[in-house]
Design a protein around this ligand. Structure first.
Ligand code: SF4
Length: 234
């Protein structure tokens, strides 16, 4: 997309992004996920996380790891067996089928079950490979790049999208692609991982879809939605 942000817009949004990040970090502390996963584990974990809570996806991932000694074991297992191990996470049959298909594809491509080869690739190339896996979209691919390969690619989850729009970083009806492009354009690369974690937590606990808790929100002074609500001119 060609967003055509003026240098003034970029500067204004960048300052807002950094302020929001710092205030959220002050409130939540540093949010660093324990036990960084390798890219294949992260991919499976992110598939399991689709349409469910973090708690259920974590449980489903641990159950898979316990039931199958390795990904080769899972690839050879009947779909029903995989599906029953991840029952609690929802959409279990679809996810089981998807994971097994993807493992099969990686094995055919690489003769081993590993995505470590992505570490050697340019960001765009690694993204292209991930998107070529059936059932993997930009959000899931971005998670793998950000969380397991340390590439500054912002996954636009529903919480990130909602909070970014309410803050006024992008217009209300902006497509996900535009939200990602604005954040990539203004956020310092070193901040993307932490910013993503902070926005996710803020969206879950404070800036909820219905009834956002604006009066208690630590970033309300940075928020267009709040300013409009209480009648402050921006
Ligand atoms: S002030 Fe309200 S709408 Fe704005 S970020 Fe905070 S909770 Fe969300």
């Amino acid at each position: 997309m060609n967003l055509e942000l003026t240098p003034e817009d970029q500067k204004r949004i960048r300052m807002n992004v950094m302020k929001v990040h710092d205030l959220l970090q002050e409130k939540h502390g540093r949010l660093v996920r324990d036990g960084k996963k390798g890219p294949l584990d992260e991919l499976v974990f992110t598939i399991l996380a689709q349409n469910t809570t973090p708690l259920h996806s974590q449980e489903a991932f641990e159950r898979l790891k316990k039931k199958f000694r390795n990904w080769e074991g899972l690839m050879a297992a009947p779909v029903g067996e995989i599906s029953s191990a991840i029952q609690k996470g929802g959409l279990n049959h679809t996810k089981a089928l998807r994971i097994r298909r993807i493992l099969g594809r990686i094995y055919r491509d690489r003769k081993e079950l590993s995505l470590d080869f992505l570490r050697e690739m340019e960001e765009a190339q690694a993204l292209k490979y991930l998107l070529s896996l059936k059932g993997i979209g930009v959000k899931t691919a971005s998670h793998v790049l950000l969380y397991s390969l340390n590439r500054p690619v912002m996954p636009i989850d529903t919480h990130v999208e909602r909070v970014s729009k309410r803050l006024g970083w992008v217009w209300n009806h902006a497509p996900l692609e535009a939200v990602q492009e604005v954040i990539h354009c203004v956020a310092p690369r070193y901040l993307v991982l932490s910013l993503h974690s902070q926005l996710m937590k803020h969206g879950r606990v404070t800036c909820k879809v219905k009834n956002p808790r604006c009066p208690r929100c630590v970033i309300r002074a940075c928020c267009d939605f709040y300013k409009k609500k209480v009648g402050i001119c921006t």
